[in-house]
Ligand binder design. Structure first.
Ligand SMILES: *[C@@H]1O[C@H](CO)[C@@H](O)[C@H](O)[C@H]1NC(C)=O
Ligand SMILES: *[C@@H]1O[C@H](CO)[C@@H](O)[C@H](O)[C@H]1NC(C)=O
Ligand SMILES: *[C@@H]1O[C@H](CO)[C@@H](O)[C@H](O)[C@H]1NC(C)=O
Ligand SMILES: *[C@@H]1O[C@H](CO)[C@@H](O)[C@H](O)[C@H]1NC(C)=O
Ligand SMILES: *[C@@H]1O[C@H](CO)[C@@H](O)[C@H](O)[C@H]1NC(C)=O
Ligand SMILES: *[C@@H]1O[C@H](CO)[C@@H](O)[C@H](O)[C@H]1NC(C)=O
Ligand SMILES: *[C@@H]1O[C@H](CO)[C@@H](O)[C@H](O)[C@H]1NC(C)=O
Ligand SMILES: *[C@@H]1O[C@H](CO)[C@@H](O)[C@H](O)[C@H]1NC(C)=O
Length: 519
C-alpha cells in the first residue's frame, strides 16, 4: 500500500480546518496513536456466547438446523472468521447431560419462563457438526449445582462426542453472582473448589483438558467475592497448570432494575468516552494481569445492556455502532476473542427487570441478539436485527492478522462522539482505517450533519460503509454494510464499495461508520 500514514509517520496531527470546496468543514483525522498497536488478531476474534437453555431455538436439531442462524454464521465464515461458540450463560449453571434425552436441550420450567434446569442430550454435541468448518466450542460445565458428578458428566460427554472441536472448557458462569453461602466471600475458597473440580474432570478426560480451562468468568459487578482474573492470578488459580485463558464478562449497562434501566439510553451507550472509561477501569486491569502473567485473555461474555437488552435501544442501529466500537476497543486491548451474548429473558435473573419472558413462559428473546431465531408472540417474526452488520465490519477490519491501534480524537470533534482506529499490516504500514461517527442522529431530526475527514496523503482507497436512515432504526432491511442488508439472513443488494481518489477525504454522516482500505 502506498498511503503515507506509516507507523513511523504517526506523530502530531497536521494542520486542521482547511475550508472545503463544498463548504463542509474538513477535519483532519489524527495521525497520533492513542494506544499501543495491538497483537495480530486471529480469525476467532469475533466470537459468540449462546444461552444453552435456548440452544434449540437458535440452532435447531442436528437433522433440522435453524437456517437463519447458520446463514448469519456463514456470512462471517466467508469473510474468514472462525468464531468460537460458547454455550454459556446463567443457564449453564443448572445444566445436566442425560444420554437418553433425544432433543438437544430441554428446559424444566415453572410455566412462566423460570428455568430450573436445562437437560442436554447427545444431539446437543452432534449439532456442532452443522457449524461452518473450523468452528470450535467452549465446553461449558455446571458449577452452580455444586456437584462434581453433574460437572464431570457434561465434560465427559463433550469429550466423548466432540473432543476435536473443544477449544476450551469453562467451569461455572459469573461466580460473582452465586449465593454468598457458597464461598463466604473467600477468593481462596473459590480457587480451592475450582481446582478440585477441574482436577477431577481432567482425570476423567485423561488429562486432555490441561491448559484448556477458562478461568474467572466473573462480571464487573461489585460483589463480596473477588474473583476477576486480577484476583485469581495472584491467588494461584493456575497452580495445577490447567488454565488456558482468562475470561471476564463485560456489561456496562443494564435493565435489571429501574435505576439502571433509566441510564440504558442510546445516547449513553454511544458515549465513546464512557465506553473507554468502562474498558479501562473495569476490564483492562484483569486483561493486564493476564498478559503480565504471560497469558491470553478473552471477553467470554458481553453485550450492551445486561438482563436481555432494552427494546428501542439494543434492537436499533445504535447497537451496531455500540458493538463495532466495543469490539474494536477490546481488540486494541488485546482480547483474543470477544463473545457477544445471545439469549432470552431469564425470569430468575432479577425480580425488578424490565424484560419478561413471552406468553406461557415461551422465550422472550433478548433484544441485543443478532437475531430473533424463531417467530414468537413477544418479538414477532423471526428476523435479523440491525446489529448484525457490525459483525461484518469488525471481521473485515481485523481479518488477515490485523493489528489495531486507536487514534486520537481529531481537533474540534468530541471524543464522546467519535472513534477512529488504524489497522497495521505486517510491515507496520497502515492498511485500513475504521472510523465511527457515534453522534446520535434520530429519526425526525431533519437531515443528519456530515463530518468530512482528511485522512492524509494516499494514492487511493476504497470505502465500505455501515449505515442506516437513523440511529434508532429498527428495520434491518434499511440497515446496510457496503450496500447490503440482511433482514432474512441472505444478503440483499449488491456490494457497494466507494472509491476515493488520491488524497481524497472521506465523509461520514452522524451515526455512521466506515472501513477505509488503502490501495
Ligand atoms: C497488546 O499487545 C502488544 C504486543 O503484541 C503490546 O505491544 C501492547 O502494549 C498491548 N496492548 C495493551 C493495551 O496492553
Ligand atoms: C437456508 O435456506 C436457503 C433456502 O432454502 C438455502 O438456499 C440455504 O442454503 C440455507 N442455508 C443454510 C446455511 O442452510
Ligand atoms: C441444580 O440446582 C437448581 C437450583 O439451583 C435446581 O433447581 C436443579 O434441580 C438442580 N439440578 C439438578 C440436576 O440437580
Ligand atoms: C482414558 O484412557 C483409558 C486408557 O487408555 C481408556 O480406557 C479410556 O477410555 C480413556 N477415557 C476417555 C474418556 O477417553
Ligand atoms: C498455566 O500453567 C501451565 C503449566 O505451568 C502453563 O503451561 C500455562 O501456560 C499456564 N496458563 C496460563 C493461562 O498462564
Ligand atoms: C460521557 O461519559 C463520560 C465518562 O464517563 C462522562 O464524564 C460524561 O458526562 C458523559 N457524557 C454525557 C453527555 O453523558
Ligand atoms: C418502543 O417504541 C415504541 C414506539 O416507537 C413504543 O410503542 C414502545 O412502547 C417502546 N417500547 C419500550 C419498551 O419502550
Ligand atoms: C497528495 O499529497 C501529497 C503531499 O501533499 C502530494 O505530494 C501529492 O501530489 C498529492 N497527490 C495528489 C494526486 O494530489
Amino acid at each position: 500500500m502506498t498511503a503515507t500514514l506509516l507507523a513511523a509517520g504517526f506523530m502530531l496531527a497536521g494542520a486542521v480546518g482547511v475550508l472545503a470546496m463544498d463548504a463542509l468543514p474538513l477535519y483532519a483525522l489524527s495521525k497520533t496513536l492513542a494506544s499501543p498497536i495491538s497483537q495480530a488478531h486471529v480469525p476467532q476474534f469475533v466470537s459468540y456466547s449462546f444461552e444453552p437453555a435456548f440452544w434449540t431455538e437458535f440452532f435447531g436439531e442436528p437433522d433440522s438446523p435453524r437456517n437463519l442462524t447458520f446463514t448469519l454464521l456463514n456470512h462471517l465464515h466467508e469473510r474468514g472468521a472462525r468464531p468460537i461458540i460458547r454455550a454459556g450463560g446463567i443457564t449453564m449453571d443448572s445444566m445436566i447431560f442425560d444420554p437418553d434425552v433425544k432433543l438437544s436441550a430441554v428446559r424444566t420450567e415453572n410455566g412462566k419462563g423460570g428455568i430450573y434446569r436445562t437437560t442436554i442430550g447427545p444431539s446437543f454435541y452432534k449439532q456442532w457438526e452443522n457449524f461452518p468448518e473450523g468452528t470450535t466450542f467452549v465446553s461449558t460445565v455446571n458449577f452452580g449445582n455444586n456437584s462434581v458428578e453433574i460437572a464431570r458428566g457434561l465434560a465427559l460427554a463433550s469429550y466423548t462426542l466432540q473432543k476435536d472441536k473443544i477449544a476450551y472448557y469453562e467451569l461455572g458462569n459469573e461466580p460473582t453472582n452465586y449465593p454468598t453461602s457458597r464461598w463466604q466471600k473467600s477468593t481462596e475458597a473459590y480457587v480451592a473448589q475450582w481446582k478440585s473440580f477441574t482436577g477431577q474432570i481432567d482425570k476423567a478426560v485423561n488429562g486432555s483438558s490441561r491448559g484448556k480451562w477458562w478461568a474467572s468468568s466473573a462480571t464487573t459487578d461489585v460483589t463480596g467475592l473477588k474473583v476477576r482474573p486480577s484476583d485469581l492470578i495472584p491467588a494461584g488459580v493456575n497452580s495445577t497448570g490447567l488454565v488456558g485463558q482468562y475470561s471476564i464478562h463485560s456489561y456496562a449497562f443494564a435493565t435489571c432494575d429501574p435505576a439502571r434501566e433509566k441510564r440504558a439510553t442510546i445516547a449513553n451507550i454511544l458515549n465513546h468516552t464512557d465506553l473507554l472509561r468502562y474498558a479501562d477501569e473495569e476490564i483492562y486491569p484483569s486483561a493486564k494481569a493476564a498478559m503480565d502473567s504471560g497469558a491470553t485473555w478473552v471477553v467470554g461474555e458481553f453485550n450492551s445492556i445486561a438482563c436481555s437488552g432494552k427494546p428501542n435501544v439494543s434492537d436499533t442501529f445504535a447497537q451496531a455502532l455500540w458493538t463495532a466500537d466495543v469490539e474494536l476497543i477490546y481488540a486494541v486491548r488485546n482480547a483474543t476473542s470477544v463473545h457477544l451474548h445471545q439469549g432470552a429473558t431469564l425470569l430468575f435473573q432479577s425480580n425488578q427487570q424490565l424484560n419478561t419472558p413471552g406468553d406461557d413462559g415461551t422465550p422472550g428473546f433478548s433484544s441485543y441478539s443478532l437475531l430473533y431465531p424463531i417467530s414468537s408472540s413477544k418479538r414477532g417474526a423471526a428476523r435479523v436485527l440491525p446489529v448484525f452488520v457490525s459483525q461484518l465490519l469488525v471481521v473485515e477490519t481485523l481479518r488477515d492478522g490485523g493489528r489495531i491501534a486507536a487514534l486520537k480524537t481529531p481537533s474540534r470533534l468530541s471524543e464522546r462522539e467519535f472513534s477512529s482506529y488504524a489497522v497495521f499490516g505486517k510491515e507496520g504500514k497502515v492498511m485500513k482505517l475504521a472510523i465511527l461517527n457515534m453522534k446520535p442522529f434520530y429519526a425526525g431530526q431533519g437531515t443528519a450533519s456530515t463530518v468530512r475527514l482528511d485522512i492524509g496523503d494516499h494514492s487511493g482507497a476504497t470505502v465500505k460503509r455501515m449505515t442506516a436512515p437513523s440511529v434508532d432504526e429498527k428495520d434491518s432491511a434499511k440497515v446496510t454494510w457496503a450496500g447490503q442488508s440482511f433482514r432474512d439472513g441472505k444478503a440483499v443488494g449488491d456490494v457497494t464499495v466507494e472509491t476515493l481518489g488520491p488524497n481524497e477525504s472521506v465523509s461520514l454522516k452522524d451515526s455512521e461508520a466506515v472501513l477505509v482500505t488503502f490501495k
